[in-house]
Design a protein around this ligand. Sequence first.
Ligand code: HEM
Length: 408
Amino acid sequence: MSAQPELFTWEFATDPYSAYAWLRENSPVHRTTLPSGVEAWLVTRYADAKQALADQRLSKNPAHHDEPAHARGKTGIPGERKAELMTHLLNIDPPDHTRLRRLVSKAFTPRRVAEFAPRVQELTDRLIDGFEAKGEADLIHEFAFPLPIYAICDMLGVPRQDQDDFRDWAGMMIRHGGGPRGGVARSVKKMRGYLAELIHRKREEPGDDLISELIRTSDHGEHLTENEAAAMAFILLFAGFETTVNLIGNGVYALLRNPEQRERLQVSLAAGETELLATGVEELLRYDGPVELATWRYATESLVISGQRIAAGDPVLVVLAAADRDPERFAAPDTLDLSRRDNQHLGYGHGIHYCLGAPLARLEGQTALATLLRRMPDLRLAGDPADLRWRGGLIMRGLRTLPVEFTA
Ligand code: HEM
């Protein structure tokens, strides 16, 4: 048995997959101390991960965590300690989760997402127009970062003239999520204040947008409280933002590093086919997905996973990135195969917290990749891949920058 790899170092952030292979093999349910000082269990095998994601004994409610005082609130989502935004889907269990999820599912329908396709295409083209003539770009800042924030703002009904404020607040939250709290706290506060006001305005003057729909939607006569509506808008923004940035960033990077696969996709797109694009985006999610670890879970009672006893109150982190490379589940798991068929990856989670925004994420991912490859057929990395830096966050995996070149 080779030596146990060090976790959460700079090398690990660059390539966590060899460390995860070691854990799957040698310590599949692994106790570790996180950079924040919190002790948690990492679940790395696919079968265990899938089961844990659906296990109702693992609660999403942070109140179940008897953590030391110094670590409180470090659950990975900026501003989570603010009670008003705490009641969102990723922090609650049934029956509250069931009620709120049903309400939002009614408003966030596949039809609404499908209707949104032309707008996503238009946004994508507009962003590319902004840098096409330069022959170079940082695809994270100029493309992957603004696309989802404008898309979600549009969907929620944030007026266009206010969307740049949102982009700035969200940028602050991404950049400093695990760092200096002052700027993040200010951004969360501004966003919270803005959302409260927006919800108030939409109650008075509803429109054809998700917030108005959320307010209108009732469930057995029960409406969302103002607080629940704000928490819902916040989680839609938060859950749908950095994830999609990284789907595009990690996805483009993986394609540029696998030229035969990229070539196949370009040929298929040029022939007007969409099948390889659809299976390809799923494969990119499996191969190097945006959510490295699922959001936090806490054992409500003592339980056993793969022979390992976990005590009540212990945090459990399901490592989606490790599960999705498990050779017990996927043939040649370290190979990118855009046409992979048997691909039930856990990139969107599993069970009752399965990603609500998966149809929107697919739409954005497919539109972004197809349009980039069509408009910049000779897109290539600028500079040495060894110089690229990955963000060191716990939950998400994504590049800080992605410099590219192409024929203008
Ligand atoms: C939940 C991944 C985009 C909204 C989740 C979960 C994962 C995930 C893994 C489950 C977390 C857990 O169980 O701990 C992704 C990925 C995305 C993406 C990889 C992009 C590629 C989006 C978008 C939206 C969204 C665009 C909405 C606009 C949500 C919400 C939840 C969620 C609301 C919580 C659902 C619940 O608790 O019932 N997502 N997501 N996501 N996602 Fe996404």
